[in-house]
Design a protein around this ligand. Structure first.
Ligand code: AMP
Length: 337
């Protein structure tokens, strides 16, 4: 069996892990990155495309003997319509993509899971505090802005429309800006062994927000620079142990809700992107229903994955392990869609 993925995001980790679990590995990549992937001996096949329709055809070439591992770049690169044309089995529940791409549906899933979330404002007129205005989909923070009142929200949206980043205000979500520290809790849900594992925690390194923090306040005030949130890397973190039971309870609730609303529910990796406040509340402002790039920090296992497995277990390897266990139990159909 071949484990394949698109050449971007967390492809190296995914394929490294698949090789460790004894699978053949394949990267399907933009032709310009072909040489890059040749550097890694754990990749057995490198298939290059020059356009995105060709990428779909290449993925479909392994429909009888392959499994595609989705990551954050899959839907963003190929677009929903092309992803719908993928005939090869995809690890996890592909119905989750649609919920993830829609900020409103996304928040509904969290709300129904009894997870604390920021206040969401339906219209700019409703805004009564500091907010963050975000775009749909996994854009890595691009285009986001902070606004202190309704007129700043309206002005920011007007600019986004003017610069053709969005067509109308329905494409943004307006959220209360939660003050605290970010912690992105990564999980793996196994429907084969019926367990949610806390895998790791990361913090996104965001420019220029993290850069502004380095400047003395008078300087940033003087420069009058608006904070932006473009993700350029990830930093590892561990949480106070007392936060973990709440995080895990949230994760279990989330899995349960997805089973009800997005049958057969969450399968495999996901992440609850949170802000932890000074009264130790975990406020989740977003989720990712697939492997997140923050797991790339833990290619040799994380402080938490060690506790479950007692061996170096990356998220990529965990996915491959799940496929292996499911296959051995003749239950592969439960982990793919
Ligand atoms: P996202 O694309 O939703 O993951 O957001 C990108 C970044 O914006 C996050 O990593 C946070 O730094 C910040 N952010 C997003 N939503 C909120 C929020 N409601 N409160 C505070 N910070 C947020």
């Amino acid at each position: 069996m071949i484990v394949a993925t698109i050449g971007s995001h967390s492809a190296l980790q995914i394929l490294h892990g698949a090789k460790k679990e004894g699978f053949q590995t394949m990267v399907i990549t933009d032709n310009r990155r072909k040489e890059f992937y040749k550097n890694f001996s754990f990749i057995d096949y490198i298939l290059a495309y020059t356009n995105l329709d060709e990428a779909v055809s290449l993925i479909n070439e392994i429909k009888d003997n392959g499994i595609l591992i989705p990551h954050g770049s899959l839907v963003e690169y190929l677009g929903k319509e092309r992803v719908d044309r993928i005939e090869t089995k995809i690890f996890g529940n592909r119905r989750i993509f649609e919920w993830e791409a829609d900020q409103k549906k996304k928040m509904e899933l969290l709300r129904k899971s009894n997870i604390k979330i920021p206040e969401v404002f339906e219209r700019p007129e409703d805004v009564d505090r500091l907010v963050i205005v975000k775009l749909n989909g996994a854009k890595g923070g691009k285009g986001y802005f902070l606004a202190r009142n309704k007129s700043e929200v309206k002005e920011g949206i007007r600019k986004l429309i003017e610069t053709k980043i969005i067509r109308d205000e329905n494409e943004v979500i307006i959220q209360e800006y939660v003050v605290g520290v970010p912690m992105y809790f990564q999980f793996f849900y196994s429907n084969i062994i019926n367990r949610t594992e806390i895998f790791g925690i990361d913090i996104r390194y965001e420019t220029n927000m993290d850069g502004l923090k380095r400047l003395p306040f008078e300087y940033s005030k003087e420069l009058n620079i608006n904070p932006t949130f473009v993700v350029v890397g990830n930093i590892p973190a561990v949480a106070r142990e007392s936060l973990l039971p709440v995080a895990l309870e949230y994760a279990d609730n989330f899995v349960r809700t997805t089973k009800e609303l997005v049958s057969p529910g969450m399968i495999g990796p996901f992440c609850l992107e949170s802000i932890v406040t000074d009264n130790s509340d975990i406020v989740v402002f977003e989720f990712s229903g697939r492997i997140v790039a923050g797991t790339n920090l833990y290619v040799n296992g994380s402080p938490y994955s060690w506790l479950y497995w007692d061996e170096p277990m990356s998220m990529g390897r965990r996915i491959a392990r799940e496929i292996k266990i499911a296959n051995e139990k003749d239950r592969l159909s439960l982990v793919v869609s």
